[in-house]
Design a protein around this ligand. Structure first.
Ligand code: 3HC
Length: 396
């Protein structure tokens, strides 16, 4: 920890880059906490388990000293005049009182238990997230029915899971019999009717509200009573999906992170209509699959994307300002022990996805300072979407 604090406070180029990019992120985490949107424990767990950060933002404020962060933000605000750089009331309060955001131990939330038994899971979609989610449940011992639009797409899911399991076998973490057992739990289908008997459906299809609403209307028609209907949307309204069905109490958000088999976080997103038993069952299921659930409300960006993407966008704007190159920024942030530099991560997530999320956040929160960076729009317009197109900010 001392190493991270030293790096961020260092009086050199790396330290300056880290402070420029991290202080507004810490400020936003303090605002999120001050608003009562999520607990300090869940905000910190979000960034640790969703993005592989060594420490959550509020614990980082405590480690740096809230006063250091407030002073740094005041300096930034004096230069930029951006209200996003004005220290959040919750941050100022902690700095003034000498208290801390974290460190009171467990937050007292009781361990969730399964209230609606789940033995079979349906996954709708065949992309990276759907494939990863199917793998997570199959590896945890659930029978999984995954639904795609063609046999070729279904084969892609098996290919993705097989590749990951082969890697685990090569590392000696799984044997051939274990791999076969996981694959045997996966059943592909091109018809949604195959979901009639599953206990839980997780959808990970296109991030387009009309497409999702059509799916939820169909799930309402097909699925048995009592089945839990979950969406892994990162930016659309869970309530809108719920209201497309005649059973909004059974609809919930389960936001997984990329790559789903590795990242331990699931944001469990409830609406005013969600049945508390559905919420508790889903949080228990997350634990049963080795994931860490955090609870949040139905708001754009939830916890993690609302904190992560403005930081990634700021990194692009810093590069555009001529203050530092992409490589220097990526290196500076990795030296603060983040697993990836911002440009590397943008290319993993996909620049089209990142742009869409950033636009959604601007639409929901209205912060001018969050307007998408010009070069983000440019790489997307040029089809440089990231690793998936072999070129993005970096070339692969
Ligand atoms: N699929 C499955 N498994 C993978 C994988 C993939 N694409 N990439 C890596 N792995 C596995 C490896 O097999 C290895 O498993 P093991 O520990 O069981 O042996 C493990 O992950 C670590 O892999 P490596 O040692 O090869 O690589 P790294 O140490 O560099 O870790 C990483 C890779 C886990 C991806 C790490 O770089 C990381 O944490 N990056 C941050 C990713 C992140 O921030 N994701 C969130 C993006 S935002 C999002 O998803 C929200 C959405 O709404 C857009």
């Amino acid at each position: 920890m001392a190493e991270i604090v030293d790096r961020i406070t260092a009086d050199d180029e790396g330290g300056r880059i880290a402070r420029t990019l991290l202080f507004p992120y810490l400020n936003h985490a303090a605002t999120m906490y001050g608003d009562g949107y999520a607990t300090a424990a869940d905000i910190d767990a979000g960034m640790r388990f969703g993005c592989g950060y060594p420490i959550g933002p509020l614990a980082l404020v405590d480690a740096l000293g809230a006063k250091t962060v407030v002073d740094g933000l005041n300096e930034q605000f004096a230069q930029t005049g951006d209200p996003l750089h004005q220290p959040a009331p919750a941050l100022v309060e902690v700095a003034d009182s000498g208290a801390a955001f974290t460190g009171e131990g467990a937050d007292g939330t009781p361990v969730p238990t399964v209230k609606r038994p789940v033995s079979s899971v349906g996954v709708v979609g065949t992309g990276t997230m759907a494939s990863g989610i199917a793998q997570v449940f199959a590896q945890a011992g659930y029978d999984v029915v995954y639904v795609g639009r063609s046999q070729e797409k279904l084969d892609g899911v098996v290919g993705y899971v097989t590749k990951n399991l082969d890697r685990a076998v090569a590392k000696g973490k799984l044997d051939e019999a274990g791999k076969d057992a996981v694959l045997a739990r996966l059943t592909g289908a091109t018809e949604r009717e195959a979901l009639a008997d599953v206990d839980l459906v997780v959808e990970a299809i296109a991030e387009d509200l009309d497409i999702k609403l059509e799916l939820f209307r169909d799930l309402d028609r097909i699925c048995k009573p009592g089945a839990i209907l979950a969406t892994t949307t990162s930016s659309l309204s869970i309530r809108a999906c719920a209201d497309a069905t005649a059973r909004p109490a059974d609809v919930i958000g389960m936001h997984f992170f990329n790559p789903a088999p590795v990242m331990k976080l699931v944001e469990v997103v409830t609406t005013e209509a969600t049945d508390p038993d559905v919420d508790e069952t889903v949080r228990a299921l997350c634990l049963a699959t080795g994931k860490h659930p955090v609870s949040c409300g139905d708001r754009a960006g939830f916890i993690v994307n609302a904190l992560l993407f403005p930081y990634l966008n700021d990194a692009i704007k810093l590069q555009e300002s001529g203050a530092a190159s992409m490589e220097t920024i990526d290196t500076a942030m990795k030296e603060t022990k983040l697993p990836m530099g911002p440009f590397e991560l943008l290319d993993v997530v996909g620049n089209d996805v990142s742009l869409a999320i950033q636009e959604t956040l601007v639409g929901a929160f209205g912060h001018e300072g969050w307007q998408p960076a010009e070069s983000l729009k440019q790489v997307v317009a040029e089809g440089r979407l990231g690793r998936k197109t072999k070129a993005g900010f970096h070339t692969y």
